[in-house]
Design a protein around this ligand. Structure first.
Ligand code: NAP
Ligand code: ZN
Length: 356
């Protein structure tokens, strides 16, 4: 058993202002990596800029990261970062900008290399990354993962380097501008992280302290996601971060592996795509290890797998996934060693085809 959480985390209101000095001392000049709009609307970008200016930090902004960031975007940002001689990256936004920030940090750290280094297994230099999350879902502020869209292969994949942010400034106040859809989809992503981490080959007594705690927190707010108040935002943000710590130790499993095709081919947002497979995963897992699934349900305050499935259906609404996509997805999954090894039992293609 081992535990590794190398990110310095401040999770509180106004933490960007309070700890701006620490952020600005990460380097001489920052590349701020963010999305197109939301970080302006929720105040996070202004908070970061003000904190840097108050501490005489230099910066340049790249604000073109799309949802499910692509390699092309990473390479475009790298160009700017190299031109501007930045020596650290600040990712501001949801999982997309922060994941992109990690990959950009690697590419700037290796200016002579092409994008193939994203997928190689050699140790590489990368610039330090600071994370300022504005969604409560991915937990990327504390995970080593960076998931990129590979248009050539019509899918998404985590880069092979493990890049933990050195600093995470987690302020739940940024969550308040989220649409109900973004809040629900991202919260479902965190729920998927907790379930897939608890019900995982790599789960052990030590790392289950994260997934168990996160599941309990989710249980506390599960019926308030459509009507959140201040306390719900705070719990959401800590729950998603703890879920990030859980998957940092175990990785994710079959629902995540299956979600990527739904996102790429049908445009279903990441968290929702995972959520669609989650009930089926619990059912399938429960047939092999009922006590483990019962523990998950107990922590969430739910009575049965059927109640869990009903809850997700109510939350996410009805989604039609064409049969040929379900089949192709299951077929592809059978050769996804990374995800299959996190499911402790043997699995058949037909089971995956019907996992929804
Ligand atoms: P996202 O793709 O970063 O953002 C989704 C949408 O929400 C965007 O339109 C964004 O707008 C908007 N948004 C973000 N913060 C907002 C706020 N506070 N108020 C209003 N709107 C806001 O969503 P995400 O679910 O956080 O990230 C998904 C990505 O993370 C996927 O690529 C997924 O594969 C990856 N992921 C990574 C990990 C990991 O450990 N690294 C784990 C799970 C998932 P703008 O575009 O204008 O910013
Ligand atoms: Zn996820």
């Amino acid at each position: 058993m081992n535990i590794y959480v190398p990110t310095l985390i401040y999770s509180e209101k106004d933490c960007v202002k309070k700890y701006g000095r620490i952020m600005s001392k990460t380097g001489r000049k920052a590349l701020i990596v963010t999305g197109r709009n939301s970080s302006r609307a929720n105040g996070s970008l202004d908070d970061v800029i003000n904190a840097l200016e108050e501490n005489e930090g230099q910066y340049v902004i790249f604000d073109k990261v799309e949802e499910n960031p692509s390699i092309e975007t990473v390479m475009e940002a790298r160009k700017l970062g190299i031109q501007e001689k930045v020596d650290y990256i600040i990712g501001v936004g949801g999982g997309s900008p922060i994941d992109a920030a990690k990959a950009i940090a690697l590419m700037i750290g290796n200016p002579q290399c092409d994008e193939s280094i994203l997928w190689e297994n050699t140790m590489r230099r990368y610039l330090p990354v600071v994370a300022v999350p504005t969604t409560a879902g991915t937990g990327t502020e504390v995970t080593p993962y960076s998931i990129l869209t590979i248009h050539e292969k019509r899918t998404k994949k985590s880069i092979s380097h493990r890049i933990y942010p050195v600093l995470a400034l987690v302020d739940y106040k940024y969550l308040k501008t989220q649409s109900q859809e973004v809040l629900i989809n991202t919260a479902t992503d965190a729920l998927a992280h907790l379930v897939e981490s608890y019900l995982n080959t790599k789960a052990d007594d030590l790392n289950k302290m994260y997934s168990e705690k996160g599941l309990k927190l989710f249980g506390e707010i599960k019926d308030k996601l459509k009507n959140p108040d201040e306390a719900v935002y705070m719990t959401l943000s800590n729950m998603a971060m703890i879920a990030g710590m859980a998957i940092a130790h175990t990785g994710t499993s079959l629902p995540h592996g299956l979600s990527y095709m739904l996102t790429y081919e049908l445009g279903i947002p990441h968290g929702k795509a995972c959520g669609l497979y989650l009930g089926g995963y619990m059912k399938m897992y429960g047939e092999k290890d009922k006590p483990a699934v019962d523990k998950v349900l107990e922590a969430l305050g739910m009575e049965s797998v059927e109640a869990f499935k009903g809850y997700l259906k109510e939350l996410l609404g009805d989604v039609e996934v064409p049969e040929e996509i379900m089949k192709e997805n299951a077929f592809g999954m059978m050769s996804n060693e990374d995800k299959l090894k996190n499911y402790p039992f043997e699995v058949k293609r037909e089971e995956l085809e019907g996992m929804m």
